[in-house]
Each structure stands twice: as C-alpha cells, then as structure tokens.
Design a binder for this molecule. Sequence first.
Ligand SMILES: [Zn+2]
Ligand SMILES: [Zn+2]
Length: 287
Amino acid sequence: MRVLLYYKYVDIPDPAKETEQHRAFAQSLGLRGRIFISAEGLNGTCSGTEESIEVYKKYLNEHPLFSAIAFKESECEDHVFEKLFVRRRDEVVTLRSDVSAQQAAPYITPAELHEALQRGEDLILLDMRNDYEAAIGRFRGAKTLTMENFRDLPKFLGELEEFKHRAVITYCTGGIRCERASALLCKHGFTNVRQLEGGIVTYCDQYPNGFFEGSCFVFDARMSTRPKGELHPRYISSCSFCQKPCDRYIDCSEIHCHELFICCEGCDRLRQGLCRAHHIEKMYQNC
Ligand SMILES: [Zn+2]
Ligand SMILES: [Zn+2]
C-alpha cells in the first residue's frame, strides 16, 4: 500500500463538475482519503494499493489541468483513511486572507536549503504549521507559532515583524500552505522570503539525517511519520505523563473530548487513553 500527497494550484473552470468526475474515478480505484477541489486548484492525500496509486497518478498526469504535479509518496501497511471524501471547497487551504498562490515567494530546493544550513547562513526558518505539528518535529532553530489553525495565520503577522527584512524560509508539510503563507508575508512587506519546495516530506526524503528533527505530523491514521533512512530516531517531544521521549499522539478516549496529546504506549494503557483533565476527573469519580 501507498500514501500519496499532492497539490496543484491551477484555475479550475468548473469545480463542481471536476469534483463529480474525480470522485467517480477515485472510487473506481478503491482509493481512500481526502481530496479537495476548488476554483484555485486541487489538494489531496489518499491511500491505495501500489497499482491503484499508479493508475491514479497517470490519470492526473494526463489530465489537461493536473499535469506536472510533484507527488510525495510513502509506503504504508494498510489504508490510512476510513473513507474517501472528494469535496468541493472555496479554497484548497483555508486562510483568512485574499492572497493567492500566484503571489507566492520563490522556491528554495531542499538541496539549496541543506547546503545553506551547513554553511551556517543566517536564515530564519519559519514553521507555517500549527503548534501541535511543530511540537513533535521541526527544523533545528525554527521559529514556530502558537497557531491552532492555519486560517488564523494573519493574526500572527505582528509576532513576525522583526523578521521583515531578514532572509526568511517558510516551510510546511508538503508545500501547499507555504504557497499562500509566503504570498501573505510578501504582501505584508517581507522583503526576502523563499518557500521550501516540496516541504518537510521532500526534504526528509533527501536528507533523513539532516536539519529536520523529530517526526512529521500527518493528517491521517498514522498521525506522524519518521524520515525513512534516519540513523538514530531523534525526539524533540516527550510523553505528557512520564516525560520519556515520545512522538506518539492520541485523541482523548473520553467521547466528547477532542484533546490531542502526546502519550507513550505504557501511559496510554495505564490511563486508558484519557487526557490529563479527564483522567483526573475519572479518578475523583472512583473515590
Ligand atoms: Zn508515558
Ligand atoms: Zn479528555
């Protein structure tokens, strides 16, 4: 099985029709995952057999709108999604700003970034992901935000004022958020911005023992992935209970609680998958 991650910013004249056609094709291949289609482009992540993923990639490559996508692929044991969702959306990634990907900053390739970091160049690595993503893995020395949702990025611009005239490199998981985040920074007067081409996923494929430390958060059943080919697992996070090095996220098992927290397998068993607040609540109930 494989997981495919991809996006393309392209004008889609009839997103409703495209969504229908796309859904029918993806369904026929037995793919599972989330595919969003809007007038500005396509954003997807899905799992399937090696064969079906190949057929799907060929379909995209031969499609008049979707050719030349830089696919990111990884192996997996089983489907990493429960179902297939193909949805029409207003934007491929939600951001409370009217900037478009056409205004995006130029790219820096993983190789260029890696060499610049090896030379010790004076760069600001700006993590454009949410706080819980950066908590388990990020570039060494990166500036992270306390943002819980990408759409709130405009609220955090004030915090970045000091970097306006520094050499800034934005990065995210696969690059899609940076297309717009970097455009937003340029629009707000940042004078030297570049975005990491292909994001963390592509960098780690090329440099599994490089400057990215920890795990890469992913929005599927795996929750996170480690660079394939890393020599020693590096952890930058720890279990919320016992503090041992850990990058394992779980959802609180209390039905109405959506708390996402880092928890090792041992503590998970002991506390029955409950977050700190709910575990304490249960203890009092049992007194
Ligand atoms: Zn623990
Ligand atoms: Zn809870």
